[in-house]
Design a protein around this ligand. Structure first.
Ligand code: FNR
Length: 196
């Protein structure tokens, strides 16, 4: 039986309408190779993590929805901004919710291919926040893919007001990044598929 298309989930860690990271995600969707669907998930409706809320009301619907999307995906792409040389709180908060209850971590993140890339206004293009994701992904038991790196620096000069990525060299690197990650996810999927 021929396996279906590869399902990848992309999350932008920014809520702002003109987000460079959301723009990068949209461009990555357009550049995804044949046979791979990159679907955008959303962290917008995820509240601040509160253990009392979790105990009394369970997981918010937005969290359960995203958990199911990731658990059913072949790979996850994190488009991370950088705040004060670290992971923006809204993004880390979303991943923290997605790690609840802890018993579900293996189902959602365990061995799941995860790629991290990002865009920032500064000159180092999220290098620090990308590094800050590594211990988080290790803790969750995810399969961090390190086949390519993409840090889009001075994003305001290469992403226009409509969210278009205007720099041809970065577009090529983004296309290679998504293709390389898709190849990895396909290899992992094929290796885990039961023999017919
Ligand atoms: C920033 N920004 C920023 N940029 C960077 O390259 N390194 C940094 O450490 C920071 N720190 C930082 C802190 C805070 C609180 C804010 C609000 C911003 C700038 C950041 O890259 C810029 O706001 C981007 O536009 C954020 O990504 P989105 O929202 O465009 O995806």
């Amino acid at each position: 039986m021929t396996p279906g298309p590869l399902h990848l989930i992309g999350l932008s860690g920014s809520l702002r309408s003109g987000s460079y990271n959301t723009a990068l995600l949209r461009t990555a969707q357009a550049l995804a190779p044949a046979g791979a669907d990159l679907i955008a998930g959303s962290i917008r409706d995820i509240p601040l993590y509160d253990a009392d809320l979790e105990r009394d009301a369970g997981l918010p619907a937005a969290v359960s929805h995203l958990k199911a999307m990731i658990a059913g995906a072949d790979g996850l792409m994190l488009f991370t901004p950088e705040y004060n040389n670290g992971i923006p709180g809204v993004f880390k908060n979303a991943i923290d919710w997605l790690s609840r209850p802890a018993a579900d971590i293996p189902k959602v993140f365990g061995g799941r291919p995860v790629a991290v890339l990002g865009a920032s206004a500064g000159g180092f293009g999220t290098i620090m926040s990308q590094a800050a994701w590594l211990p988080v992904l290790r803790t969750l038991g995810a399969d961090h893919w390190a086949g390519e790196r993409l840090m889009v620096a001075r994003a305001g000069s290469v992403i226009d007001e409509g969210g278009g990525l205007t720099d041809e060299a970065i577009r090529r690197r983004l296309a290679a990044f998504v293709a390389g990650f898709a190849d990895h996810c396909r290899a992992v999927r094929d290796c885990r598929r039961p023999n017919p």
